[in-house]
Design a protein around this ligand. Structure first.
Ligand code: C2E
Ligand code: CA
Ligand code: CA
Ligand code: CA
Length: 278
């Protein structure tokens, strides 16, 4: 029963009933959140390591619920379980493309936007058509959209996933594998996937420095990406020492609190405009 799903599992954990009731409440409230425009996107900058240039931003969803800002950890798992992640993800994609299309008119060089695509979205037969339509409606060039997908989005049906990713790339969209290194998939099969970039999980970046530090894995992930001619981004960069080491190891891009926390769209735009004028 333990692996029959997280709600089932919780029946066997202390306080399980309360946890299930809380999830049901979140599910009900999430339906309304979509209708009432309670969801907002925050944007976190991504920088090229060698030049220090701001090259992109990851769009991260937040929920204004009863005067409180709710983090994705609290509702994305429920949304995944119930399928609500599909309309939420489609909203996030529309909103991110709309915002990013607006930025370009104010900028001297283009800034890409990265949007998280849930496994459930990738399973949708119409996913490629939907994304093409969203791009067209927003006016954002496909080259400025990146989609972040986790490894587990492609393990269930690798051939079908690879085919869809290939079609998305044919549109001009780029594909990043998120949380790279934490999944169960073998590296040999990741190399078969048509992707542009790997994102090193923050847990590996955290291990670069300090007591018991170990850079071997990050070094190996960077080497693997480059041998496959795939770009590599580190997430969760929190200290200057981590950034220096990533630069020394040849990492292409970095993202993390050191370089910028996720902020609302208006604040993000103000920051890029200021940076490009500097
Ligand atoms: P993720 O895709 O791995 O996103 C990176 C998370 O790391 C974000 O958490 C970000 O705020 C956080 N982060 C960034 N820099 C640092 C740092 O230096 N240190 C630390 N400790 N954390 C850092 P956030 O915004 O809470 O999002 C959590 C997760 O929720 C995301 O993980 C993603 O899996 C999911 N998520 C967020 N928005 C969406 C969405 O629109 N669609 C889907 N499917 N998932 C989303
Ligand atoms: Ca992500
Ligand atoms: Ca990640
Ligand atoms: Ca993550």
């Amino acid at each position: 029963a333990k692996d029959a799903g997280r709600n089932t599992y919780r029946l066997f954990t202390p306080g399980g009933d309360a946890a299930i009731a809380a999830d049901l409440q979140i599910e009900n409230d999430l339906h309304r959140a979509l209708e009432r425009d309670e969801l907002v996107l925050y944007f976190q900058p991504q920088f090229e390591c060698h030049s220090g240039r701001l090259v992109g931003a990851e769009a991260l969803v937040r929920w204004h619920r009863d005067g409180r800002l709710v983090a994705p950890e609290e509702f994305i798992p429920v949304a995944e379980d119930t399928g609500l992640i599909v309309p939420i993800g489609e909203w996030a994609l529309r909103e991110a493309c709309r915002q990013a299309a607006g930025w370009q008119q104010r900028l001297e060089w283009p800034v890409r936007v990265a949007v998280n695509l849930s496994p459930r979205q990738l399973e949708d037969e119409q996913v490629v058509e939907r994304i093409a339509q969203t791009l067209q409606a927003s006016g954002l060039p496909a080259q400025l959209l990146e989609l972040e997908i986790t490894e587990n989005a492609v393990v269930r049906d690798t051939r079908q996933a690879a085919f869809r990713l290939q079609r998305l790339r044919a549109l001009g969209v780029s594909i990043a594998i998120d949380d790279f290194g934490v999944g169960y998939s073998s590296l040999s099969y990741l190399q078969e996937l048509p992707v542009d970039k790997f994102k090193i999980d923050h847990s590996f970046v955290a291990r670069l420095q300090g007591p018991g530090s170990d850079a071997r894995l990050v070094r190996a992930l960077i080497a693997m990406a480059h041998s496959l001619d795939v770009g590599i981004v580190a997430e969760g960069v929190e200290t200057p020492a981590q950034l220096r080491q990533l630069q020394a190891l040849g990492c292409d891009e970095a993202q993390g609190y050191l370089l910028g926390r996720p902020v609302p769209a208006a604040q993000f735009l103000a920051r890029i405009v200021a940076l490009q004028r500097a």
